[in-house]
Design a protein around this ligand. Structure first.
Ligand SMILES: Cc1ncc(C[n+]2csc(CCOP(=O)(O)OP(=O)(O)O)c2C)c(N)n1
Length: 366
C-alpha cells in the first residue's frame, strides 16, 4: 500500500479542511453542495447501471465506485470550451459534460457505437483501447494551439484538453509518446491519471517503483499528486493545471491517488486478487462521506436537503431502469455506417452480403 505523503489534500478523510502551501480552494458553500449533489447522483447512476447489467439489460459496465471525487472535482474545474478524452470508466466526467445517463447505457447495451454528440458535449466518448485516446487528446490539443485557441489571454476563448486514463495506462507506449509530443510542443493538455491502484488484477506497485506523478519530471512537465478522494483538492489542482494549459504554458500530469472500491468491470471478481483489509481501509476514506461530514458540520447540508437529494437520486434510478429497457435494438446494417468517411467498395460488398443473410432469415421466419 502506497502512503499519502507528498499528496495535495484540502479535505481530510475526517471531513476537516487542511491547508496546503500551494493550492487553495475557491469554492463557496453553494459550489461545494453542488459537488456533493453530483457525487451522490453519479454514485446512484453507477449502482443502477451495475444492477441493470446484473439483470441482463447491459452487456457490461465498468463501475466508478470510489472514484467520484476524482472525476467530479476535475470535471467541474473545466470550462464549457474545454474538450475531454476519456476511458470507459469516466461516467462522472460524462455527467458533468451534460451527457444523459441513458445515453451512457446505450453504449453498454450495445445499441449505439457513439451514443452522444461529441462536439455538443465536448466529450469524445468511452475509449476501451488503453492509452490510445491520450495520443488523440494530445493531437487535438496541438491542433488547438495551431488554430490560435490557446494562450490569447481571452478567458472565454482559450481552450484546453483533459485526457483521463488509469495507472495501468501509464505503462503503455501510447501514453508515454503523448507525453513526449505534449511537452515538446507545449500543448494545452492536462493528463489526469486516476491511480485506483489496480489495472484489473495488476497492482500499480508492480508497474512503477516511484509514485506515477514523479515520472512527469523526466518528460519536462509538472507532476502533481493529489488525494483522489478529496473532491476539493481534485478541483483545485485541475483548475491550476487548466489555467496553465490555457495560458499556453504547456501540459501537466496529475496523479489522483484513489481506490477502485468495486470490481474492474461486471465481469471481474476482485476477491480473487485483493486483500479485504484494503477494501475496509478505503471505505473509511470514502469520497462522499468526508464531504458530507464537512457540509453537515458547516450546516450547509441538513436533513431536508439530504432527503430532497435522495428523492432526486431515486427518480434518476427509475428513469434509467425504464428508459434502458425501452432502448430499441439497432438495424444490424447500421454497423457499416461511419466506418469510413466516404464509400468503400469492400465494405459495400460486405454490407450487401449481410443484407442478403438478413433477407434470407426473414423469409425463413415467415
Ligand atoms: C491496448 C489494450 N491492452 C489491453 C487491454 C485490456 N485491458 C482492459 S482494461 C485494462 C486495465 C487498465 O487499467 P488502468 O489503466 O489502470 O485503468 P482502470 O481500468 O483501472 O480504470 C486492460 C489491460 C485493452 N483494453 N487495451
Amino acid at each position: 500500500m502506497e502512503s499519502l505523503e507528498a499528496t495535495v489534500q484540502l479535505l481530510s478523510s475526517m471531513g476537516e479542511l487542511v491547508d496546503d502551501p500551494q493550492f487553495h480552494s475557491t469554492l463557496d458553500g453553494a459550489a461545494l453542495l453542488a459537488l456533493y449533489r453530483d457525487m451522490v447522483l453519479v454514485r446512484q447512476l453507477d449502482q443502477q447501471a451495475t444492477a441493470l447489467q446484473r439483470q441482463g439489460e447491459l452487456g457490461l459496465w465498468a463501475p466508478l465506485l470510489g472514484q467520484e471525487a476524482a472525476q467530479i472535482g476535475s470535471a467541474r474545474a473545466m470550462q464549457a470550451q474545454d474538450y475531454v478524452f476519456s476511458t470507459y470508466r469516466e461516467h462522472g466526467v460524462a455527467w458533468c459534460r451534460g451527457v444523459d445517463p441513458v445515453d451512457m447505457l446505450r453504449f453498454w447495451r450495445g445499441t449505439a457505437h457513439q451514443a452522444w454528440d461529441a462536439n455538443l458535449h465536448r466529450f469524445y466518448g468511452y475509449q476501451v483501447i488503453i492509452g490510445a485516446h491520450v495520443l488523440h487528446a494530445t493531437g487535438y490539443a496541438m491542433g488547438m494551439s495551431k488554430d490560435g485557441r490557446t494562450g490569447t489571454g481571452d478567458l472565454e476563448k482559450d481552450q484546453a484538453v483533459v485526457a483521463y486514463f488509469g495507472d495501468g495506462a501509464m505503462s503503455e507506449g501510447d501514453v508515454n509518446e503523448a507525453f513526449v509530443f505534449a511537452t515538446s510542443f507545449q500543448s494545452p493538455v492536462v493528463f489526469f491519471c486516476q491511480n485506483n491502484q489496480w489495472a484489473i488484477s495488476e497492482p500499480t506497485r508492480r508497474q512503477s517503483v516511484v509514485p506515477l506523478a514523479q515520472r512527469a519530471q523526466g518528460f519536462g512537465m509538472p507532476g502533481i499528486r493529489v488525494d483522489g478522494n478529496d473532491v476539493i483538492a481534485c478541483h483545485a489542482v485541475t483548475m491550476a493545471a487548466l489555467d496553465r494549459a490555457r495560458a499556453g504554458k504547456g501540459p501537466t500530469l496529475i496523479e489522483a491517488f484513489t481506490y477502485r472500491m468495486g470490481a474492474h468491470t461486471t465481469s471481474d471478481d476482485p476477491t480473487k486478487y485483493r486483500d479485504s483489509a484494503d477494501d475496509e481501509l478505503w471505505r473509511s476514506r470514502d469520497p462522499i462521506d468526508r464531504l458530507r461530514i464537512y457540509l453537515r458540520a458547516q450546516e450547509i447540508l441538513n436533513e431536508k436537503v439530504e432527503s430532497e437529494l435522495a428523492s432526486e437520486a431515486a427518480y434518476l434510478a427509475e428513469r434509467m431502469r425504464v428508459s434502458c429497457r425501452e432502448l430499441a435494438d439497432p438495424n444490424p446494417l447500421t454497423m457499416f455506417d461511419h466506418v469510413y468517411s466516404g464509400p468503400d467498395a469492400r465494405l459495400e460488398r460486405q454490407r450487401l452480403e449481410v443484407e442478403a443473410i438478413l433477407a434470407d432469415q426473414e423469409t425463413k421466419v415467415n
